[in-house]
Ligand binder design. Structure first.
Ligand SMILES: Nc1nc2c(ncn2[C@@H]2O[C@H](COP(=O)(O)OP(=O)(O)OP(=O)(O)O)[C@@H](O)[C@H]2O)c(=O)[nH]1
Length: 386
């Protein structure tokens, strides 16, 4: 059934569609992906018109938000919902592992290590956990399936929590003048969307925010940020297509200073961590910011797509080696069973996860709280094992 036929049968109040322009698309109706539909009650039979953008506006993203609706949703609930897939996988793996339990011997610890690696906690973390658990299980003289299950899950929760103790996952702000927050990461991880969400978050907190569209590389990237700016009523500094990103950063910093803004968010082009030119471009942007605002603490937030699992950890390693990353934004946790990667990011890279992205809506972002995360991820396992 075509899109219009569908809407004739089910009239809608509002529809969010993503226009997909395949590289070989020339004319006619491009394929579209329906992102969200708000069904209109009750009048069935009405058709609606959707205005499609012109063919040359590639990669246009149309997003509408019903902020108030989501804002009332409890943060803990949202985290629980967002982590549903990860939790399901964890509990399935866990149950399968415990179903095979016979006795606490070397095979048991080998299986445990494999289970943990399979759950994306990372090889190093799995090894460390298994080693510590060997002692712990003996220490507590745990023998029954339930006792052992409890010791292991408690240890996992502990590890998540203890890593948060000395970790500075807070955002740093300049005591005066604008704070600059750069978003970096490979293509498509969610940098622009995160800026849209974070800028709205800080605006709601009473901060004056400016955005700079320094991704002059990808066609449509500036428009995407401008759309977020319009939606949140936040000014966006732009440059022409293929302009030097550093010049947009310069204009952004100047605008932020002139307008006495509190925060400047800079959207950067998706870059491969091993592309020397792009990494140099990033250094140039940072030099310009420091030249204009010498004493100012900046945040360089590396955005990682949680759905890419261990790849995200690899990306983080390489970015960390070539630029001063101050924290991680872990996006798309809602769409993945790989939420376990928070553990290796913190345990192996010692980079604080500062924010987690839990959806595509403007309010689908939360500061990362190790305790809440551990509680949400393993809470149900603890209940199940009781
Ligand atoms: N489900 C889900 N989708 C997200 C989240 N964050 C971003 N996305 C989606 O991921 C896709 C890519 O997001 P962008 O913000 O365009 O990514 P980007 O890193 O700016 O991409 P480039 O400009 O190409 O480098 C979009 O469809 C977003 O809606 C999230 O937390 N959850």
């Amino acid at each position: 059934m075509g899109l219009f036929d569908f809407f004739k049968k089910k009239p809608v109040k509002q529809v969010e569609v993503e226009i997909l322009y395949p590289s070989n698309w020339e004319n006619g109706m491009p394929p579209v992906k329906v992102v969200a539909v708000e069904i209109l009650q009750p009048t069935p039979g009405e058709a609606i018109d959707i205005e499609l953008p012109k063919a040359d506006t590639t990669e246009t993203e149309t997003e509408t938000e019903t902020e108030t609706e989501t804002e009332t949703e409890d943060a803990g609930e949202k985290l629980d919902t967002g982590l549903q897939k990860t939790k399901k996988t964890w509990s399935e793996r866990w149950n399968a592992f415990m179903a095979n339990f016979r006795s606490v011997d070397e095979d048991f610890f080998d299986d445990l290590e494999e289970t943990l690696i399979g759950a994306d906690v990372g090889a190093q973390t799995a090894l460390q956990l298994t080693d510590e658990l060997r002692d712990e299980v003996k220490l507590q003289n745990a023998k029954s399936k339930q006792e052992i299950s409890e010791v292991i899950i408690d240890k996992l929760v502990d590890l998540y929590r203890s890593q948060g103790v000395n970790e500075d996952a807070s955002m740093h702000f300049a005591p005066e003048g604008p704070t600059v927050i750069l978003l970096v990461g490979v293509n498509g991880v969610g940098k622009t969307t995160t800026i849209g969400k974070l800028s709205a978050y800080y605006k709601r907190a009473g901060k004056k925010v400016v955005l700079a569209a320094a991704d002059t590389f990808r066609a449509g990237a500036t428009e995407q940020l401008v759309a977020w700016g319009e939606r949140n009523d936040i000014p966006v500094v732009t440059g022409s297509s293929k302009a030097d990103p550093a010049s947009v950063v310069f204009d952004g910093v100047k605008t932020a200073i002139d307008t006495q803004a509190d925060i400047l968010f800079v959207d950067t082009a998706g870059r491969l961590q091993n592309n020397v030119n792009l990494m140099q471009e990033l250094s140039k942007m940072k030099r310009i910011i420091t030249r204009e605002l010498p004493n100012e603490p900046q945040e360089v937030l590396l955005t990682l797509d949680a759905t890419t699992g261990q790849n995200a950890v690899q990306q983080a390693k390489l970015f960390k080696d070539s630029t001063d990353v101050t924290g991680i934004v872990l996006t798309k946790l809602d769409g993945t069973a790989k939420g376990g990667i928070v553990l290796p990011i913190r345990n192996e890279l010692h980079l604080p996860v500062k924010w987690v992205g839990l959806g595509e809506k403007v309010t689908d972002i939360q500061p990362f709280e190790a305790n809440d995360f551990a509680k949400s991820l393993f809470g149900s396992l603890l209940t199940e094992s009781k």
